[in-house]
Design a binder for this molecule. Structure first.
Ligand code: FAD
Ligand code: NAP
Length: 338
């Protein structure tokens, strides 16, 4: 049912007190087909919403239609001795999906444990953590084209996955509603333990021969110890992407700042830790009114209570400007701004 003046305060992890002029929760394709014929759909601007964990609303009133994705279902499509092909509805909670796969012994998504949000948003920015990206386990997805009303299948190439991006974040933004995502998971997975503090955490937990459940547990522990819980302190995870720069530029940066944190990519580029840049520019733990930079992780902007979307955004722009002035590197927001 289409609602008017619907509060989105429980639907964005910054905890912003935002109202949508029009709102509809979608549980299947028929809802979308019906909605396409509605005057509101035709006349108003619109946005697609999952768990709201990667969104920043600038104003306290969204003058348009919010389409919330709430379809459910996780099914095995096929399996053999080594792999299992799973299809998950876009409205399923990502953490619930990962836990279900880990408990069933299907490997591939354990490093992506505890990322907030829904399954349908995962391809949007090719979610990634601890050396694994969605594209590593992705098979295909089905989406509803809001322009034509048709269902379209996308394979991995069609999605043009990149570092925290895909066609859904670029050329097809707000056009396709992702309805389901298909994954290929492994029954005898190779664990990825090289990244960050996973090995150390497994050691701390006394695990010597880890399985996927242990990895998921280790990742959960690390995340809980480092990241603010949006239920307690509003945030949308990393506000900016890690910038990727030419190796020569990084060499110059290293000369000036020997402690600069960067990771060489395969080609001529280095990914610089945006958190390091922001911290080095003096922003870690800073607070302006109720908008702030988290005290443990400078990449995460937080809402201490009553910050507005514009206050958080203007803090982000100040940080962007100061990092540009100090290092000559432009930070690009990862969060979707509406
Ligand atoms: P939303 O915030 O609702 O939407 C995000 C974008 O996707 C919007 O542009 C929206 O229009 C679009 N969208 C949503 N659903 C659909 C759909 N079905 N079809 C088409 N478009 C859609 N991200 C990572 O990559 N790695 C991390 O480790 C990580 N850690 C995080 C930790 C915390 C504490 C928080 C708060 C966030 C973190 N994030 C991380 C960011 C966020 O969780 C992910 O980007 C997540 O996939 C967003 O899901 P969502 O359902 O909340 O999307
Ligand atoms: P971390 O382990 O302290 O590492 C800091 C940065 O260095 C990360 O951004 C990571 O890049 C990079 N990095 C670390 N080890 C690397 C390696 N071996 N090879 C290449 N790059 C490496 O980071 P953290 O803040 O605690 O986060 C841990 C993981 O969770 C990271 O993968 C991060 O992306 C993910 N995370 C993402 C969000 C979000 O909102 N997007 C929020 C919280 C955590 P990458 O970011 O490219 O991995």
């Amino acid at each position: 049912m289409l609602s008017r003046n619907f509060s989105l305060s429980k639907h964005n992890t910054f905890g912003l007190d935002v109202m949508a002029a029009y709102f509809m929760a979608i549980t299947d394709t028929r809802d979308l087909k019906k909605l396409r014929n509605d005057r509101i759909f035709i006349e108003e601007k619109r946005m697609i919403l999952g768990g709201g964990s990667n969104c920043l609303f600038l104003d306290d009133y969204y003058e348009g239609l919010v389409i919330l994705i709430e379809n459910k279902g996780i099914n095995i499509v096929s399996e053999d001795n080594d792999t299992v092909h799973i299809s998950a509805a876009a409205g399923e909670d990502w953490t619930f999906f990962v836990e279900k796969m880990v408990n069933a012994g299907y490997g591939g998504v354990e490093n992506l444990s505890r990322i907030p949000g829904k399954v349908g948003a995962a391809p949007m920015q090719n979610i990634g953590a601890y050396g694994v990206e969605l594209k590593d386990v992705f098979y295909s997805l089905q989406a509803f084209d809001l322009n034509t009303g048709e269902l379209v299948n996308f394979d991995c190439n069609d999605c043009e996955f990149g570092y925290r991006t895909s066609v859904f974040k670029t050329i097809y933004k707000d056009r396709f509603v992702i309805l389901s995502v298909d994954f290929v998971l492994q029954k005898n997975p190779l664990l990825k333990l090289e990244y960050g503090a996973i090995k150390q955490k497994l050691e701390d937990l006394g695990v010597h021969k880890p399985n996927i459940k242990d990895v998921s547990r280790a990742v959960t522990h690390i995340r809980e110890s480092k990241l603010p819980d949006p239920k307690i302190l509003g945030n949308a995870g990393s506000f900016f992407k890690n910038p990727v720069i030419h190796n020569l530029v990084f060499d110059d940066l290293k000369k000036e700042f020997p402690d600069a944190v960067g990771f060489s990519n395969n080609h001529n580029t280095t990914k610089v830790a945006a958190g390091w840049l922001i911290e080095k520019a003096g922003w870690k733990g800073c607070r302006k009114g109720d908008a702030g930079v988290h005290k443990n992780q400078a990449l995460v902007l937080v809402n201490y209570g009553k910050a507005t979307g514009r206050e958080i955004y203007s803090l982000a722009m100040e940080i962007q400007q100061s990092v540009k002035e100090k290092f000559g590197i432009l930070l690009e927001p990862e969060v979707n701004v509406f």
